[in-house]
Write a protein that binds this ligand. Structure first.
Ligand SMILES: Nc1ncnc2c1ncn2[C@@H]1O[C@H](COP(=O)(O)OP(=O)(O)OP(=O)(O)O)[C@@H](O)[C@H]1O
Ligand SMILES: O=P(O)(O)OC[C@H]1O[C@](O)(CO)[C@@H](O)[C@@H]1O
Ligand SMILES: [Mg+2]
Length: 323
């Protein structure tokens, strides 16, 4: 293999730039030519491809976002779109791909490989931490720390006013950010999509807190919880307790930005380095992941079929510790 290409796709995540740097520098060390594709699969379709050198990745490790930009491409979901993408890769002599993204990105890679047999290696980059076959996805650590800093600030004002807050964190179908930021901030309740929320229990807890004059309450809800987000949960609380002073806050995209933590930078460096080694060794359709702190290779098929399980024992622990 002489020439590979690299892209970031789906939601951006802190640490993507550190992974890009690791891929480019490792590839160049092994005399592989490396091309960057801007805006994920959409840029692949449009031929937005450029040669990368060692200086292309200088001074990017500490930056959030992705210098390659990212996108969600509807066109790549169609056979015609993927055909155009393949033609662009052929035109540029690309023999292998390294993809940094979430489960959707690897689903796309899987379909693409079935059609065109182009080798591809994945690096899990999503703040959601929801990919099976890895304990960790890039960006999760930074995103949780951002959420924790924000919720701590919300608790200050909640304490000052004796108020209840419902705080919505990201997680379309995953409760990792909610569970971990909730534990770290001592949230009184944590609502996640992986567990059916028992609202009766929440009402019982609020009644008992009221009896013992505990008025400050933080409820962390993942955006994908079946009850709905912060606004829906607030409305349900007011239905049951119209007298309670409650506010809803949506943390939103603040969780996706910012300088990556040391942990995200180190894991991104390890994964980027390993992705190049894997593609050079002739591997394909595997995602580089972490299990028990060690690098592992997981087939895309497995990574996309399952949802990473949430440790529900930690939900129970969180309830006991916050009681
Ligand atoms: N079944 C599929 N077939 C072809 N392409 C797909 C498929 N699923 C996803 N893709 C492509 O991958 C892109 C990224 O997927 P998606 O938007 O789900 O984000 P992701 O990679 O899961 O990241 P995140 O969840 O962190 O935002 C999609 O915009 C689409 O172009
Ligand atoms: O606003 P966008 O870019 O569609 O992304 C929102 C989604 O992306 C994620 O943050 C993952 O990156 C999800 O948790 C969230 O639902
Ligand atoms: Mg996803």
């Amino acid at each position: 293999m002489k020439r590979i290409a690299l892209l970031t796709s789906g939601g951006d995540a802190p640490g993507m730039n550190a992974a890009i740097r690791a891929v480019v520098r490792t590839a160049l060390y092994h005399n592989l030519e490396v091309y960057g594709i801007r805006r994920g699969y959409q840029g692949m379709i449009e031929g937005d491809i450029f040669r990368m050198e060692t200086t292309s990745v200088s001074n990017i490790m500490q930056r959030g976002g992705t210098i390659l930009k990212t996108a969600r491409s509807k066109e790549f979901m169609t056979p015609e779109g993927r055909k155009k993408a393949y033609q662009q890769l052929q035109k540029n002599g690309i023999e292998g791909l390294i993809l940094i993204g979430g489960d959707g990105t690897f689903k796309g890679a899987n379909v693409f490989f079935k059609e065109y047999s182009l080798p591809a290696i994945g690096i899990p980059g999503t703040i959601d931490n929801d990919i099976a076959g890895t304990d960790y996805t890039l960006g999760f650590d930074t995103a949780v720390n951002t959420a924790v800093e924000a919720i701590d600030k919300i608790r200050d004002t909640a304490e000052a006013h004796d108020r209840m807050f419902v705080v919505e964190v990201m997680g379309r179908d995953a409760g990792y950010i909610a569970l971990n930021s909730g534990i770290a901030c001592g949230a009184e309740d944590i609502l996640v999509p992986e567990e059916i929320t028992n609202f009766i229990n929440i009402m019982k807890r609020i009644s008992s807190d009221k009896r013992r004059k505990k008025l400050v309450n933080i409820i962390v809800v993942a955006e994908g919880d079946e009850l709905g987000g912060a606004a829906a949960v607030k409305a349900k609380i007011l239905e049951a307790f119209p007298e309670i002073d409650v506010r809803a806050t949506i943390l939103g995209h603040i969780q996706r930005g910012g300088s990556p933590s040391y942990f995200d930078r180190v894991q991104a460096s390890r994964m980027g380095y390993e992705a190049v080694n894997a593609i050079m060794a002739g591997e394909t359709q595997v995602m580089i992941g972490l299990k028990n702190q060690e690098i592992i290779h997981t087939p895309f098929e497995k990574a996309i079929k399952e949802h990473a399980p949430l440790n529900l024992k930690m939900m129970e622990m969180a309830r006991i510790l916050a009681s």
